[in-house]
Design a protein around this ligand. Structure first.
Ligand SMILES: *Cc1c(COP(=O)(O)O)cnc(C)c1O
Length: 390
């Protein structure tokens, strides 16, 4: 053979005897079949063998298997982002003429997808009050195809009575999806509480270092594995094995990171509660948070993200100036990484309350809580104490 041909046809050698603790990064779009009789095109690679890289290389499938094992799911589809996971679920359950329900405090881009692309496709998604509980039954119609839950909800952190919603939905045969990102798939047992589909932005706690975007869609039921898999495979939701290997690495420290983040976030939240400028701290583990009793009943811990609300006297410009004075807390979207973040929501309104310009959301990272509290204290004091101290 010419050397140019030999370059393309190396002798295949499996890496015999090399045993490492790290998950190998397997690349590949094309998958080689041994004989023509073996040629298949099937997305069910986990059970039917490898067919094409679009449905995941062994690295991606390993990540899916690990998430499924941790969440107690039958199968986990790994997708390119948390938002991709949300879109997959909507498109798997809804068709033209369908009705769906989503909490009004759900992740913003979830509601934008509902009011944007889905509306264009003739799908009606109705927002509901997160504290609705069993009264969700009043909103279920014959054409209701999906009920979303997200607990605690994004930014305003209301904890939902997921078991009550599940019971009402089951009575009418409507599937319930949960955005389980806050709980990292471990602090709330989605399938134990009867949820049909559990979604995570792996971008947050599983990735854990603000350097990748990934999502997961987990199901416990064989029928849902088939129906979601069929839509997922058609959408072309391919995932890079490099990102999957980073997420597998993230899983190794998820336990210790969550433990530390919980303790630090609580220390910062309790300090904020003691401050006269603050009207409320919206942290599920604190009694002031709407749905706190439900959190105590259903969750095994809290994580790193929470919000607080300034007293109404303070103008929105002063709240923005406070955030600008923070030095350790960086300003940026997303959360669940190692670095502390602060974010403002100038237009935030909920049906029962107007938080406009008064709410700040924090992601507490792995810095020393004492330094974070000093940063907040300094910013509350108008930035003077730190300057004076220098
Ligand atoms: C961040 C987030 C998502 C979306 O995740 P991406 O990977 O950023 O697309 C979905 N749900 C919740 C609750 C989130 O916080």
């Amino acid at each position: 053979m010419h050397w140019r041909s030999r370059l393309l046809h190396p002798p295949r050698r499996a890496p015999d005897g090399f045993r490492s603790l790290a998950a190998p990064v397997y690349r590949g779009s094309t998958v080689i079949f041994e004989r023509t009789a073996d040629i298949r095109d099937d997305w069910r690679q986990a059970s039917h063998g490898y067919t094409y890289g679009l449905y995941g290389s062994p690295t991606v499938l390993e990540l899916g298997a690990r998430i499924a094992e941790i969440e107690g799911a039958r199968h986990t589809f790994v997708v390119p982002s948390g938002q991709a996971a949300i879109a997959t679920v909507y498109l798997a359950f809804c068709k033209a003429g369908s009705h769906g329900l989503v909490p009004c405090n759900a992740y913003g881009p979830n509601r934008e997808f509902a009011g944007g692309l889905l509306e264009r496709l003739g799908i009606e998604i109705e927002a509901y009050e997160p504290a609705i509980g069993a009264r969700i039954a009043d909103l279920i119609r014959p054409d209701t195809a999906l009920i979303w839950t997200e607990s605690p909800g994004s930014v305003t952190m209301e904890v939902q009575d997921v078991p009550a919603i599940v019971a009402a939905a089951k009575a009418r045969g409507v599937p319930v999806a949960l955005d389980n990102t806050y709980a990292a798939g471990v602090l709330f047992d989605a399938f134990g509480h009867g949820v049909d589909v559990s979604v995570q932005a792996l971008t947050k706690y599983v990735g854990g270092h603000s350097d990748l975007l990934l999502g997961s869609v987990s199901v416990a039921d064989e029928r849902l594995y088939e129906s979601i898999g069929s839509v997922w495979s058609q959408l072309g939701m391919a995932v890079s094995p490099d990102d999957a290997s980073l997420a597998l690495r993230g899983l190794q420290t998820l336990g210790i990171r969550l433990e530390r983040l919980e303790a630090s976030a609580l220390a910062v939240a309790r300090w904020l509660e003691s401050r006269p400028e603050i009207e409320a701290v919206l942290h599920p583990a604190l009694p002031g948070c709407p749905g706190h009793d439900l959190w105590k009943r259903d969750f095994t811990g809290s994580s790193s993200v929470f919000s607080f609300v300034f007293r109404p006297q303070l103008p929105a410009t002063a709240v923005a100036a406070f955030v600008d004075r923070l030095e350790l807390f960086q300003k940026g979207f997303s959360w669940g990484g190692t670095t502390s973040l602060a974010m403002i929501y100038p237009d935030l309104r909920r049906p029962q309350r107007d938080y406009a310009g008064r709410l700040v959301r924090l992601n507490v990272g792995l810095e020393e809580p004492g330094d974070l509290i000093a940063d907040l204290s300094n910013a509350l004091a108008g930035g003077r104490s730190r300057d004076d101290g220098r």
